[in-house]
Design a protein around this ligand. Structure first.
Ligand code: ADP
Length: 299
């Protein structure tokens, strides 16, 4: 089973011709609600590839929360450890996108920050028996770290992105170019920069680093074999790359859990393929492919 400990956010998206200035009211031409949050995104992609999945998260006892639980169920995800609280609202991302595709975003984490150690304890059987445990950082960092420690102690491979504290407890550490720069101070403009980032993160205690590089695919570097490998992505016409990184992570978790004998490079190549399909449709979870829509040689 793939177990994700992470966030759920309801995306509230308004499309406008331009972004409003302070104090200004403008008209938008379209509004839609989407399901997002890194944790849920990654879990949904894993489930759509056929993984048995469990999401450990917290939403509000409100209509967004109820809808989110329904969405998870529709995707075949176990919601046994999805908590609903009256103490905070479901996490939201209010997004305004102008006609050039630029955006402004306000995230209110709400219930996500109320996921706590007790919740993890209740789910400890599931976490400790997982094939793969996936963590990110849209919940309280200490809770995320505790989940990684539980996974680490039980021997399940743990995937994480972003926070430096997480290096030693995650078996695979994944970040995108922006995150790589925040962590290392190295702006990633080409493959050499990505190699430098990888080397630096290995020195900080990572066992395996993956830097995702958008259309360029990924750079991977492991402590065992410190010759970096570039794993290119296929050439596709990108429509909307929102959530591509989460699609990649969800796919990687699926391959780790169900094809553990594949060489890492092959798992990354396949995960690139899944993520590159997700960028060819708009939206976040709405663009994530199902197993039946993918080339069967990915399985
Ligand atoms: P994030 O969504 O976190 O910014 P990236 O942009 O690095 O992450 O994308 C994650 C993965 O999605 C890439 O490693 C690649 O597999 C795939 N991907 C993203 N953009 C493209 C693209 N334009 N063409 C093909 N694949 C892409």
């Amino acid at each position: 089973e793939v177990v994700v400990v992470g966030s759920c956010m309801t995306d509230l998206v308004s499309l406008t011709t331009r972004l409003p200035r302070a104090g200004e009211t403008i008209l938008g031409h379209k509004f839609f609600i989407g399901f997002g949050g890194k944790g849920a995104n990654q879990c949904v992609q894993s489930a759509r590839l056929g993984a048995k999945t469990s999401l450990i998260c917290k939403v509000g006892k409100d209509s967004f929360g109820n809808d989110y639980v329904e969405n998870l169920k529709k995707n075949g995800i176990s919601t046994a450890f999805v908590g609903q609280t009256t103490d905070a609202a479901t996490g939201t991302a209010s997004i305004i996108v102008n006609s050039e595709g630029q955006n402004v975003i306000v995230i209110v984490p709400g219930a996500n920050l109320l996921l706590n150690f007790e919740d993890l304890k209740r789910a400890s059987d599931v976490i400790c028996n997982a094939k793969v445990v996936v963590c990110q950082l849209e919940i309280t960092p200490a809770v995320s770290l505790e989940a990684l420690k539980m996974a680490h102690a039980s021997g399940a491979p743990a995937l994480a992105d972003l926070d430096p504290q997480f290096y030693t407890y995650s078996d695979i550490f994944c970040c995108n170019e922006t995150e790589a720069e925040i962590l290392t101070g190295i702006p990633v403009g080409n493959l050499e920069d990505a190699e430098k980032v990888g080397r630096m993160l290995l020195q900080r205690g990572c066992k395996l680093v993956i830097v995702t590089l958008g259309a360029e695919g990924c750079m991977m570097i492991s402590a065992e074999e410190p010759i970096p490998k570039h794993v290119p992505a296929g050439k596709v016409r990108a429509v909307d790359t929102t959530g591509a990184g989460d699609s990649f992570m969800g796919a990687l978790a699926f391959y780790l859990a169900y094809y553990p004998k594949l060489p890492m490079e092959e798992m990354i190549r396949k995960s690139n393929c899944v993520a590159s399909v997700s960028v060819q449709a708009s939206g976040t979870q709405s663009s994530y492919p199902y197993r039946k829509d993918l080339p069967q040689d990915l399985f």
